[in-house]
Each structure stands twice: as structure tokens, then as C-alpha cells.
Write a protein that binds this ligand. Structure first.
Ligand code: 13P
Length: 249
């Protein structure tokens, strides 16, 4: 945790959820929301409007999982940031490693998307994280520093942007870096944020993601510069997601 920063626990549902189970999950999260942390759920695009409507008046916010960099246009299948905002989203996950890998999203692409998100009034959650090879070769911090340098637009600090550190090899695998490695990476990210955004960098939230579950959340959340979590698999089970939130609060 960083003193003075309110933790954020974000659930990335990825490509999971039809209307009935998605709405039930969102309602169960809202029913158990703890006061000590901000919560956001990021359902598939088809459910953003319905989940946002179901969560209206609750402390749980809604987010998207991606947006296009353009405000509108001939981009079949894509969604503009303003459309997410119009549907009730307040956050959007950008540059997730699954999208960087499957759609070859580069740092400049992610940066342009983050600019579009900010212009639409959304808070971007920009994902960074090293593949396993780079970790084994001792290049993890260098790779993540490059992603930070390339993926965050100038307005990121003023917009209260969020960084999520997700080592690629920890996603969905049950493996996590050591707490010392997480702390070292988050300290590096904090230093880069302070350098890039002198007015706001010390107060921006840096989330850890990758196999976060109730059993390891308290230890990870207690680390310096870990200001919450981006949760995949465990966000699909309300009681697990809420247990992680409780560990951060
Ligand atoms: O990719 C993630 C969140 O964006 C992490 O996924 P898991 O929590 O399933 O490892």
C-alpha cells in the first residue's frame, strides 16, 4: 500500500459472462462491497451497459476491457471510448498482455487508446508486464520501464490514470513473482511515474495482477507501492473477489 492512496480492486472478466450470470455476479459484488477500497468490474462489452445500470447507486464502478484510439469511424467490430462512457463505464483496461499478444498492440497503440479514453472522461488502467523469457534473462524491469515510457500519454497523470503490473507468465498460471520482485518492480514504476508526472505521480495507483487470489492477496497488498489488484479468474467468483478487496481495505 502507499500511504494516502485509496486501493482499487478491478475485476477483469475477460471473455466470460452471459447476461444472467454477469448481472448476478455484479449484484453479488455490490452487495458485499467493502468501504475501504474502490471496486470496479470490467465485463465483456456486451454487458457494460446492463452491468453499469445494475450497479448504479452502488459503490462499484464499471469498466471496459479495451477501446479504439479513434473517436468514431469505419472500424468494424471496435468500440470508441465515448461509447463505453455512454454505456456507463468509468474505467477502461488498455494494453492487456492478451491484446498485446493476440492483436499486436504496441506501446504507441496503447498510448493512443489511453489518450482517447481520457478525452472521453474514462480512467485508463494501462497494463504492463514482462514475458517469462525477459524475467529469466534479468530484463524484466527494463522491459516494463520501456512499456511505461511508451504507453502513457501526457495527460495520464492529471487524469488519475492507473498502471497495472501484470507479469505475462503469472496470468492464469497460479504462479506469482516473489513479494520482493513485486515490490522492486512497483518501486521502479513509482519512480517512473513521479519522473513523468511530477505533480501527480506519487499519488497514482499501481495495481498488481497475475494469479491474485484470496490466499495471497493480503501479502501482496501489504507491499509498498502496491495500491490494489487487477484480478482475472478470481473476479468471476464474487466471494473471492470480495475477499481480495477485503485484504486491500
Ligand atoms: O490478466 C489478469 C487480469 O487482467 C490476471 O488474470 P488471473 O487473475 O486469472 O491470473
Amino acid at each position: 500500500m502507499t500511504p494516502g492512496i485509496r486501493p482499487l480492486i478491478a475485476g477483469n472478466w475477460k471473455m466470460h459472462g452471459l447476461a444472467a450470470d454477469g448481472l448476478a455476479l455484479a449484484r453479488a459484488v455490490a452487495a458485499g462491497a467493502t468501504a475501504g477500497a474502490d471496486l470496479v468490474v470490467c465485463p465483456p462489452a456486451t454487458l457494460v451497459a446492463a452491468v453499469a445500470a445494475a450497479l448504479a447507486g452502488t459503490p462499484v464502478a464499471t469498466g471496459g476491457q479495451d477501446c479504439h484510439a479513434a473517436a468514431k469511424g469505419a472500424h468494424t467490430g471496435d468500440i470508441a471510448a465515448a461509447m463505453l462512457a455512454d454505456a456507463g463505464a468509468r474505467f477502461v483496461i488498455l494494453g492487456h498482455s492478451e491484446r498485446r499478444a493476440a492483436y499486436r498492440e504496441t506501446d504507441p497503440t496503447v498510448r493512443a487508446k489511453a489518450e482517447a479514453a481520457i478525452a472521453a472522461g474514462l480512467t485508463p488502467i494501462v497494463c504492463v508486464g514482462e514475458p517469462e523469457d525477459d524475467r529469466l534473462l534479468g530484463r524484466a524491469e527494463e522491459v516494463v520501464a520501456d512499456q511505461i515510457g511508451g504507453s502513457l500519454p501526457p495527460g495520464f497523470g492529471a487524469a488519475g490514470g492507473v498502471v497495472a503490473y501484470e507479469p505475462v507468465w503469472a496470468i492464469g498460471t497460479g504462479r506469482t513473482p516473489t513479494e520482493a520482485d513485486i515490490a522492486a518492480m512497483h518501486a521502479m514504476i513509482r519512480a517512473r511515474l513521479v519522473a513523468a508526472f511530477p505533480a501527480e505521480g506519487a499519488g497514482l495507483r499501481i495495481l498488481y495482477g497475475g494469479s491474485v487470489k484470496p490466499s495471497n492477496a493480503a501479502g501482496i497488498m501489504a507491499l509498498a507501492n502496491v495500491d490494489g489488484a487487477l484480478v482475472g479468474g478470481a473476479s468471476l467468483v464474487a466471494e473471492d473477489f470480495l475477499a481480495i478487496a477485503a485484504a486491500a481495505a
